[in-house]
Write a protein that binds this ligand. Sequence first.
Ligand code: NOJ
Length: 568
Amino acid sequence: MISPADTDHRFADPAVDTAPWWRQATVYQIYPRSFADADGDGLGDIRGIRSRVDYLAELGIDAVWLSPFYPSELADGGYDVADYRDVDPRLGTLADLDDLIAALHARGIKVVIDIVPNHTSDRHAWFREALAAGRGSAARERYLFREGSGPDGAEPPTDWTAAFGGSAWERVADGQWYLHSFAIEQPDLNWAHPEVRADFVHTLRFWSDRGVDGFRIDVAHMLTKDLSEPLPSAAELAAMPVDGTHPLLDRDDVHEVYAQWREVFDSYDPPRTAVAEAWVASDRVPKYASPESLGQSFNFDLLVADFDAAQFRDIVAHNIALAARSGSSSTWVLSNHDVFRHATRYGLIGLPATDEPGAVPRRHGGGWLEAGADQALLDRTAGERRARAASMFLLGLPGSAYLYQGEELGLHEVAEIAADERQDPTFERTNREQFGRDGCRVPLPWTAEGPSFGFGTNGAHLPQPAWFADHAADVEAHDPASTLSLYRRALALRHDLQAAEELTWVETHRADVLHFARPNGWQVVTNFGAEPYALPADAGRVVLSSAGDDGASTGVVPGETTVWLARD
Ligand code: NOJ
């Protein structure tokens, strides 16, 4: 068994071992305020993460991605950044972060951090300065201020809506309006401004100099905007093609920003990496993933797919082809801090498998929560079984796998959050019609007993349900059949078995069974259906099963199960 904790050698196959580290890395996303709380204030912190470095090393990941830990008023879970080059005092200090980076590096784990360049917090020094300086000032030029419409400018400049609901414009005391694509407390920056560009270069260097290995770029497709007058209406915007020329989205000129960042990344040894969070049409993804731009881009297709063989196969084939176009590696993700946990997505019964055509199913809590989170609609066991099968499918694919904290414990979405405890701005901005993303951000259960399930000593900032005890890390660590044990075995094997970034489909004669082979004989078979599937006689030895009976294969893959096979 090879894990980063045991040896410097990362992958058994030398061809894989000499490739840049990120190409086939397993990256574990930490949402710091909900991971572990060392100082007992109910909010996770940097020293909390530090205290769990052994856990991360034992899990066998290659990198952590830290969601924002910067000073923030938490209007959007930390994605409202008041200072890009500091740590929120509630989470610790820069010295704590240096210590964490050193501890992770000592265990062979790389560190990726979140950069949020589309908007700052309204507490950022620049925005305060812009408010104080008034209309027409140079300080306002760093943001997107406009005059209102209507006779006295009392109406917003346009009828655009923000991602969290309500108008995308907010009026300030002197009557001007500023654009905020997300929460009111997140004013959009003006990326045509040289100081904005220079400041982010400064930030990237600041963290690269501190030893950070890479960056996840928040809404990477939204930075540059064309707000020339007359501004289009929302209906006009919606009718415009998103082909590089759209006023707000996925503009070609955003890559000028990333070309400058690329020079920064490549000035370090090893080069710093980046991955784009870009919700763009798939034929536009290679632009972000190209080596001249950010180098890698998330593929979110599996986040919105059903547990369905045909959908999974199409997504894999399509994204491998896309990665080939940019020269990047593929990225795979089933859960993150913005979507329903995949155990719950796959366990919901009695709801339509997909939402309206064109809508993104079950993002931001759609469907089940709005239906009152009727527990009868959720089959927890089936959801976890399918999630395990889907995760083992994902971990066998060529490319990087992005995991979200708690999925290794088989956690479900938490529905039991009272209205006055909800934090996601979506909730209030949609007049409580959409519940938002709190249910996947509830602090982790580390122990079945004790205050806040071992998260901290003094409560948790979002309520943890009683059923968290069944998923506590201390219980799962000692249960060979647990989801945690499955992930640990899988990640250790993934290092052993990792092969060149290729995949060949093997015919199964079953529409609900997928079988693919990697170049070195590593094979993955997922039975998405209910009927058992008999493996071909020459398929190889079963080394892992999501059903938990590793090695004890009878040559049959049970329903809703993934097995890994190896050749001796
Ligand atoms: C994407 C992030 O993942 C999400 O959590 C955040 O609310 C928005 N960007 C705005 O920063």
